[in-house]
Ligand binder design. Structure first.
Ligand SMILES: *Cc1c(COP(=O)(O)O)cnc(C)c1O
Length: 237
């Protein structure tokens, strides 16, 4: 498969930013309250560079090895220091060290054990690692993420860990093509964030919405949308 060209990626980012702005207006969200996370998983460093040149600075990755190649290659190819890497995939214990060293955010925390390791492995010279707890909002046991009640307990525990900064919640709902249906799990996530906040744990992030359900997520309060296909095209592996 051909890589997406600089022009295609630039135009796609312009189109997505326009969709975000239109949804902010339509759903009475503050201007610029939704941040675009470009999910570059499976796409090569050149495509990340194209997006960077188009003004995109936050990138999401699911596969550690694939991500590390890009994280190491890109600073050598550009003087842009502003890039932020977000880990959004499942985490095995033996991957936590590299994640603590190389990423700015982790969206996919669903176990205290991994959170503890990341806190221990994040060195003092680095800013605290930004964390979202992944919540299973669809009730399907095949989906990753904690159930709502567990999220409250986990949030309390993570908020005590010194080298982490708990920012919010993330979810990947079951697919649906109907906007009202899409909004339900996002609404649940927003209500859960409000509930956790009522326990005096400050959260400012709802990481929700992908290429197909971005508007529904913005309607329900998304502050980060994670967009892959609509920027980079179909996944390459
Ligand atoms: C792949 C992925 C995305 C991007 O999905 P698209 O449908 O390609 O926009 C977002 N979030 C997570 C966790 C992903 O794994």
């Amino acid at each position: 498969m051909h890589h997406a060209s600089q022009n295609t990626i630039t135009q796609n980012i312009i189109d997505i930013q326009k969709r975000i702005t239109e949804a902010e207006i339509k759903y009475a969200r503050k201007a610029n309250s939704v941040r675009l996370l470009a999910v570059s998983k499976t796409h090569p460093a050149e495509e990340v560079l194209s997006a960077l040149q188009a003004g995109q600075h936050d990138f999401g990755e699911n596969y550690l090895q694939d991500a590390l190649e890009k994280i190491i290659a890109i600073p050598k190819l550009t003087h842009q220091p502003e890039i932020k890497w977000h880990f959004i995939g499942p985490i095995q214990s033996n991957k936590s060290l590299a994640i603590a060293q190389h990423f700015d955010w982790v969206h996919s925390i669903d176990r205290l054990k991994i959170a503890r390791r990341l806190s221990e492995q994040r060195v003092a010279e680095q800013a605290p690692l930004n964390i979202c707890i992944q919540v299973n909002t669809s009730g399907e046991s095949s989906k990753s993420g904690v159930m709502a009640e567990e999220a409250i307990v986990l949030a309390k525990e993570i908020s005590q860990l010194p080298r982490l900064k708990l920012r919010g919640l993330m979810t990947i709902p079951a697919n649906s093509d109907e906007v009202e249906q899409q909004r339900k799990p996002f609404r649940l996530l927003r209500q859960l964030k409000d509930e956790i906040t009522s326990h005096n744990i400050e959260l400012d992030t709802l990481s929700m919405g992908m290429s197909n359900d971005m508007e529904a997520a913005i309607a329900e309060g998304a502050t980060i949308v994670r967009i892959g296909t609509a920027i980079f095209g179909p996944r390459l592996k």
